[in-house]
Design a protein around this ligand. Structure first.
Ligand code: AP5
Ligand code: ZN
Length: 216
């Protein structure tokens, strides 16, 4: 199963991809997570990505396509993958088609997660993350047991540097413009499914499983 989850920031791509990874035992490939790992490890890639991410801008296509090309070559992706946050531009979508073609593979489904903007804003500005183990929380929707502390590893939770209100606004603006073209790209190829991303995490997961079992 080769899946793409697309949607504006905060739609729940990362949360749902994580649950699908567990259920179907296929890797969750998130370009955002790969960039954040590079930033944490202070690599050249991390330095470059950080300058764009902190402004809410997209990392240049050449850089992003390069890391995905390497990742999809790995043995664990040969039995399927869930791409989260890639592609984000038509150039990236074209590159993905070419990468898969070279591997004699193709996409099965592109799920476009849709949520009203005020809810996206709420999900993003309330998100807290664990800098140690990567667990995601939300101040209102999924708070940790002890305020500000990771349930899993005890580390102090932080707000992602791009989750402050002004950067969130810019991220929504940048992605809104790109998403329309991407939707058209996949609609033309008959791969696109529009998906209502509202409701709590479990409810949305249930609808995902139903959709996948019906479509694949
Ligand atoms: P990335 O990390 O991919 O960020 P994003 O697309 O902005 O998406 P988010 O991670 O913010 O949201 P999500 O949809 O995954 O929602 P989540 O499940 O976390 O990218 C970061 C940056 O990297 C980009 O801005 C760009 O600079 C760069 N980048 C990445 N990919 C790139 C590419 N292809 N090209 C160029 N640049 C790229 O949920 C959000 C919150 O809501 C959490 O707190 C969660 O707990 C909560 N939540 C989730 N689901 C629910 C629910 N059903 N009910 C209630 N709360 C929920
Ligand atoms: Zn933790």
């Amino acid at each position: 199963m080769n899946l793409v989850l697309m949607g504006l920031p905060g739609a729940g791509k990362g949360t749902q991809a994580g649950l699908l990874e567990e259920k179907y035992e296929i890797p969750h490939v998130s370009t955002g997570d790969m960039f954040r790992a590079a930033i944490k490890n202070e690599t050249e890639l991390g330095k470059e990505a950080k300058s764009y991410m902190d402004e809410g801008e997209l990392v240049p296509d050449e850089v992003t396509i390069g890391i995905v090309r390497e990742r999809l070559k790995k043995p664990d992706c040969q039995g399927g993958f869930i791409l989260d946050g890639f592609p984000r531009t038509v150039e990236q979508a074209e590159a993905l088609d070419e990468i898969l073609e070279n591997q004699e593979s193709s996409l099965d489904l592109v799920i476009s997660m849709v949520l009203p903007e005020d809810e996206l804003m709420k999900r993003l500005t309330g998100r807290r993350v664990c800098p140690e183990c990567g667990e995601n929380y939300h101040t209102e929707y999924s708070p940790p047991e002890k305020e500000g502390v990771c349930d899993r590893c005890g580390a102090e939770l932080i707000q992602r540097s791009d989750d402050r209100e002004d950067t969130v606004k810019r991220r929504l603006e940048v992605n809104r413009e790109k998403i329309k073209n991407l939707q058209d790209y996949y609609q033309d190829r008959d791969l696109l499914v529009e998906f209502d991303a509202s409701g709590d995490v479990e409810e949305v997961h249930g609808r995902f499983v139903e959709l996948l079992e019906d479509s694949l």
